[in-house]
Design a protein around this ligand. Sequence first.
Ligand SMILES: [Zn+2]
Length: 243
Amino acid sequence: MSYINNPFFSTDSNNITKINAQQNSISTLGVKVPSPNFCPFENIPSNFRYVSESYDYENLGPTSYRFEVTYQCQGCYKYVAVGYISNMDSGSVIDYDFNFTNNKIKFPFNEDVENNFPDFKIIYTQAQKAEKYGLNEIAGPGYRKAFENLIKEYLIKFCDKKEESIQKRSLSDCASDLGDETINKIAKVAIWVGNDQTHYDSNQNPNLDLNDLKNGINFTVNYLISEIEKKKLLQAYDDKKKD
Ligand SMILES: [Zn+2]
């Protein structure tokens, strides 16, 4: 049985835990319920230890009631509560629609990146959210768009390139002007992966995936920030020399 909205169950959930669910203060029923088998914190299948069950049960009818059971993941030791609706001696998982929209997403780059490339931050963070929700078909193009924004902004702001000419050039072509041969190549590979993730019939590099795209962006961001710092430092030396 699968619970598509419940992140603690993978599609082949067959483990059964017997709970001595107490229907009311007088009778105790042995209820068999499916126990969780997937840890969304670690994103891997996992075993869960039964810890306890809720003391109060919400009666939903003469033979139907709802209760909660807490478990502990035996991989990361985090606790989770699973809600069940029981009908006599077996219980089914309440298929809550879990929503993690309020979870904070951490932008992985420092303040220099944020200050110099605010639009990059906005787009990159949205791609992270899409990835976090498992929307990989949206995350890939999102990261690719963020990368395009970063590269073009850098060339216009810090390399005196004309905005009109940059907008006309392909992204891959723009990447040729970033810096040394190594970083240009790294950026181009990331762009290829991004294109594969974005375009309808593009599958040029099936062995490269979202992580390769993010790694490429990561290296490029660090390189560009270092270049900006170098330019600032040189400018500061020049300014002092004039005095
Ligand atoms: Zn875990």
